[in-house]
Write a protein that binds this ligand. Structure first.
Ligand SMILES: NC(=O)c1ccc[n+]([C@@H]2O[C@H](COP(=O)([O-])OP(=O)(O)OC[C@H]3O[C@@H](n4cnc5c(N)ncnc54)[C@H](OP(=O)(O)O)[C@@H]3O)[C@@H](O)[C@H]2O)c1
Length: 275
């Protein structure tokens, strides 16, 4: 067991994830440990270079691997007894040229099932005063979904229920039936809604106990960022850099928990209404 603070960021070898890892390292102390994780060991090793402050350890964590989250959680439990800060940030990059029917399997595996596995594995490990944060988007609200589909993601109370809805949507995209229904064509929208629904489902059980111990579980929107992922869809040349976008997310870690943020989607310190 250690008294150091332990932080973990997924999808951290580039973009916002690396900026989060760098910002955590800068704002923590030399006794603390930041796990900068990704799916490729060479890219992870390169990303660790030049980061300073806390100890930054690059490790493999492929969120698409169904066993990876529980394995990594076990490792952190053995090494440190728990974890203090977790950012679920990994995203599979897709572009307008990709056929949703082709990519929806791996896309949901990384962005959605990867998120629910992370929440299941790490929620029991987060220590008092900790943070468990899923990087979503302001697209992750029911406002962006046809009303006829709202009940799919509204009021869910378990991560299994969220997974079931994601699987149904994935299958509808894969067999083409989503196109003739009310589903939006932009797969990012249901995916981000399901990430926020997952946070809401877990939060519905943990709110009172977590707030008593100063722990925050939330989804966040970093705003538009200039990364290759967003550049596939929009002109982001004038958008904030990953380091700039990371500041508001890091503030949720280093400032006291605001109870109204708990279980919600938070953007620049404000709750984005779910519906
Ligand atoms: N960019 C924006 O404008 C924007 C806006 C709103 C929300 N967001 C959200 O912010 C987060 C970061 O976005 P970004 O623009 O920084 O993305 P990015 O630059 O594409 O970075 C994505 C990261 O995820 C990693 N990744 C992909 N598949 C993985 C897997 N199976 N296991 C582990 N890591 C994996 C990538 O690793 P590789 O290098 O190996 O591919 C990369 O490090 C995402 O959740 C995104 O949806 C972004």
């Amino acid at each position: 067991m250690t008294t150091s603070l332990i932080a973990l960021v997924t999808g951290a070898n580039q973009g916002l994830g690396r900026a989060l890892a760098a910002g955590l390292a800068r704002r923590l102390t030399a006794q603390d440990v930041v796990y900068l994780t990704g799916r490729d060991s060479a890219r992870v090793a390169e990303a660790v270079e030049g980061l300073s402050g806390a100890q930054v350890r690059g490790e493999l964590f492929d969120v698409a691997d169904p066993e990876a989250a529980s394995r990594f959680a076990e490792r952190l439990r053995d090494r440190h007894g728990g974890v203090d800060i977790v950012f679920g940030n990994a995203v599979m990059r897709v572009g307008p040229e990709d056929d949703p029917r082709e990519i929806i399997g791996p896309y949901t595996q990384v962005n959605n099932f990867g998120t629910t596995r992370l929440l299941r594995a790490f929620a029991p490990l987060v220590r008092d005063g900790g943070r468990l944060i899923v990087v979503a988007s302001s697209l992750g609200t029911l406002h962006h979904l046809a009303p006829v589909l709202h009940q799919r993601f509204d009021g869910l109370s378990t991560l299994d229920q969220v997974d079931k809805q994601v699987a149904a949507w994935r299958d509808a995209v894969a067999d083409g039936s989503a196109r003739s229904g009310a589903w939006p064509g932009f797969v990012n929208i249901p995916s981000k809604i399901a990430q926020v629904a997952a946070v809401r489902a877990l939060a519905s059980h943990r709110r009172a106990a977590d707030l008593d111990r100063g722990t925050l579980l939330a989804a966040v929107c970093p705003g538009m960022i200039n990364t290759p992922t967003s550049a596939k869809w929009w002109d982001v040349s004038g958008a904030p850099s990953p380091a700039e976008a990371a500041v508001a997310l890091l503030d949720l870690v280093f400032e006291p928990v605001q109870p109204e943020h708990y279980g919600q989607l938070v953007r620049f310190g404000q709750v984005v209404p779910w519906k």
